[in-house]
Design a protein around this ligand. Structure first.
Ligand code: FDA
Length: 313
């Protein structure tokens, strides 16, 4: 946890960002986690995974837009993604009960920092386009500064739009309550541990507690949730959840595991071959820096390896 905090704090410094962006040493690692700068680069690996039986969620990287123009550009890209996905899928794929290729978006990329009404209008427009294509839009959960506003907006929009869902983070104290809200609504949710730097006033600090909360929340969702998405690469947790699914005879078709592009491909393959639904989250775009640093912070060994190479050079 200490290394994670250190990496997240250091990487937020402007000179460090400049160094990482310029250094060729980071390029292979960036490419491991991010499918490319453009939709053209991200679609082929997505379609290849779908041919192999996986499901995919495409993420256009970017968060905290600085102007309305930037947010409108992001909205246009989301809509273009939905169009291109529809054009790329076969009619059989489009008629599947659970969409094979959906999108994940961020409310701060829809312009939440520029105004709630503005972001909501953009989000609603994306949902309406997705509905026309029979597709689904997941709202990623960002730092705790946005959790309440995200939950509120989701519930408001849910009254008219059912092709959406969100993400809950088990490091937050509030999440057990939010899980109950989601269950009452019948909304789809992705459960994660949480990737941001949060103060002890809102989030558990120890990994053990976050993991325990993950297992408790995941079991609750498996029991009563609507097609929950269990997003983790934690093998011990996955083994415990699989045992739970077996013991309670829960239908494997009723939920999915989700993992990030470039992480634990072996585990992704294994779960798929065992008959589980597995969705791979594929990010693309040139605003990769914040996403990339969150991936480094999850596994400090990645950063250590690069630092060693820097000092050797
Ligand atoms: P944990 O961090 O304990 O890792 C378990 C094991 O997984 C490690 O031992 C290692 O083997 C492997 N691993 C994990 N991360 C790795 C990495 N970066 N590099 C190499 N190996 C790694 N968060 C959030 O706050 N909001 C969100 O909307 C989302 N969305 C999201 C979507 C999807 C599909 C996933 C899988 C994750 C997210 N997350 C997220 C990120 C999430 O909160 C969490 O930070 C990561 O999933 C890492 O946590 P794990 O559950 O994998 O466990």
């Amino acid at each position: 946890m200490l290394a994670r905090t250190l990496i997240l704090k250091t990487s937020a410094l402007t000179p460090v960002e400049k160094l990482v962006r310029r250094s060729f040493l980071f390029k292979p690692l960036v490419r491991r986690f991010i499918a490319g700068d453009t939709l053209e680069e991200a679609l082929p690996p997505a379609l290849d995974l779908i041919r192999r039986g996986f499901k995919v969620s495409l993420d256009y990287l970017g968060e905290n837009t600085k102007s309305e123009e930037e947010a409108l550009q992001a909205k246009a890209t989301y809509i273009e993604m939905l169009r291109r996905i529809d054009a790329a899928l076969t009619s059989e794929q489009k008629n599947a009960s659970i969409e094979p290729l959906n999108i994940s978006i961020k409310l701060t990329q829809c312009g939440l920092d520029q105004g709630e009404a503005f972001a909501e209008a953009n989000y609603r427009e994306v949902l309406q386009v997705a509905e026309g294509f029979g597709n689904f839009v997941r709202v990623d959960m960002e730092s705790s500064e946005y959790t309440e506003r995200t939950m509120e907006m989701l519930q408001k929009v849910w009254k008219e739009q059912k092709n959406t869902g969100t993400v809950l983070q088990t490091y937050l104290y509030r999440t057990p309550e939010d899980i109950e809200t989601i269950l009452r609504l019948g909304m789809r949710v992705r459960l994660v541990k949480g990737a941001y730097l949060e103060p002890a006033s809102v989030a558990h600090e120890g990994k053990k507690k976050v993991d325990e909360e993950y297992v408790t929340g995941a079991k609750r969702l498996l029991d009563e949730g609507r097609y929950p998405a269990l997003a983790t690469h934690d093998e011990a947790i996955i083994a415990e959840l699989n045992a739970y699914v077996d013991a309670k005879r829960i239908d494997k078709a009723g939920f999915e595991y989700q993992m990030l592009y470039g992480i634990r491909r072996d585990l992704q393959e294994r779960l798929l071959s065992e008959g589980y639904n597995v969705r791979v989250y594929i990010p693309f775009g040139d605003s990769w820096y914040p996403y990339f640093t969150r991936r480094l912070a999850e596994r400090p060994a990645n950063t250590l390896f690069i630092l060693k190479s820097l000092f050797k050079g």
